[in-house]
Design a protein around this ligand. Structure first.
Ligand code: SF4
Length: 331
């Protein structure tokens, strides 16, 4: 049987992946936070999949789980490339170190991952050496090559990281992940701190890396307009579940789930003529806390189209047209 959201030849398969955290208040009862709840999703070789949702949807936890920074509570995260077929969530020791080369992450804030008081050259040299690359000439060649790939002039290599602009620092972050010829990169809100023109530059670099090197991306964003520009497919996430999956074109031009429709209407930079074709979806209130998921459809307390069945029964993801899945009792 075909799995939901499955494609041919995936580099990564999330197979029924859940990530739960237990929180205990002083003298209070334990509560379980279901950050990621039974996710099934494939990412193809050379494909960009955008995971879109509000803060608290679980998209960052899913991204961290993809590269093993967060262990799955249950389910498998299968990486298939470079003669490996490994469950990332159980990899340890040497296998884990090897995997780290192929699974990389770009953070929202480059300062969180690169010491600002380091010279740029050293920020690129140290990770190479920590992966066992010792030859000075090879290190230099690899650094100059990735620096030119991200469009930075080589004289900046001798600057300190704190001397770079926000856009330059994000380019250095991308150069760092390219050092290892990764198979899959998680870009976690990688452009959300940049202004519009720099955003466009970084998105172009990511597209170029996809096209030139066949790198796959799990692109995490709260901005549907960014997802539309960068992604091949879009997966919309709400309270730990995927509620809609499809090609970027389909999701933006024909969104089916009321939550997806609301995200598109709230996206000021999406083509206004597209937004005008959508019915108005007035979503109520805020996303609930992740330890208090509503029963039935988790979106029902906010949904303007709620029906009685939505309050009690969980809709499954159904394929409503080729490769376009939605979990909503309206379909
Ligand atoms: Fe709204 Fe019901 Fe669909 Fe949930 S299942 S999104 S409550 S219509």
């Amino acid at each position: 049987m075909q799995r939901v959201g499955s494609i041919k030849d995936p580099v990564m398969t999330f197979d029924n992946v859940s990530v739960f955290f237990t929180k205990k208040k002083f003298l209070g009862p334990k509560s379980v936070i279901k950050a990621v709840d039974s996710i099934n999703l494939d990412v193809g070789h050379g494909e960009i999949v955008a995971v879109v949702g509000e803060s608290g949807s679980g998209k960052t936890t899913l991204g961290r789980t993809a590269i093993g920074l967060q262990r799955a509570t249950s389910g498998k995260v299968i990486f298939t490339d470079n003669n490996l077929n490994v469950d990332v969530s159980t990899a340890r020791g040497r296998r884990w170190k090897e995997l780290r080369k192929y699974l990389q992450i770009i953070f929202q804030d480059p300062f969180s991952s690169i010491d600002p008081n380091m010279r740029v050259y050293d920020a690129l040299r140290i990770p190479l050496q920590s992966q066992g690359v010792r030859d000075k000439k090879e290190i230099e060649d690899r650094i100059y090559k990735v620096f030119s790939e991200v469009g930075l002039p080589s004289d900046l290599l001798w600057n300190y990281v704190f001397q770079l602009s926000g856009g330059q620092r994000q380019r250095v972050s991308i150069a760092r992940v390219l050092l290892f010829s990764p198979s899959l990169v998680v870009a976690d809100e990688a452009v959300s701190m940049l202004d519009v023109s720099l955003k466009g530059d970084i998105l172009n670099i990511i597209k170029k890396i996809q096209n030139n090197f066949g790198v796959s991306f799990l692109f995490i964003t709260h901005e549907m307009a960014v997802a539309k520009v960068i992604a091949d497919r879009v997966a919309v996430m709400y309270l730990g579940n995927l509620v809609e999956i499809g090609t970027a074109d389909k999701i933006v031009s024909n969104p089916l789930h009321p939550y997806t429709q609301a995200l598109i209407q709230a996206s000021p930079t999406i083509d206004p003529s597209l937004r005008e074709t959508l019915r108005t979806v007035n979503v109520r209130g805020e996303i609930p806390p992740s330890n208090a998921h509503p029963p039935g459809c988790k979106f029902h307390p906010r949904c303007p189209f709620v029906m009685e069945t939505c309050k009690h029964n969980i809709p499954s993801l159904k394929e409503v047209e080729n490769g376009h899945y939605v979990s909503c009792w309206l379909y």
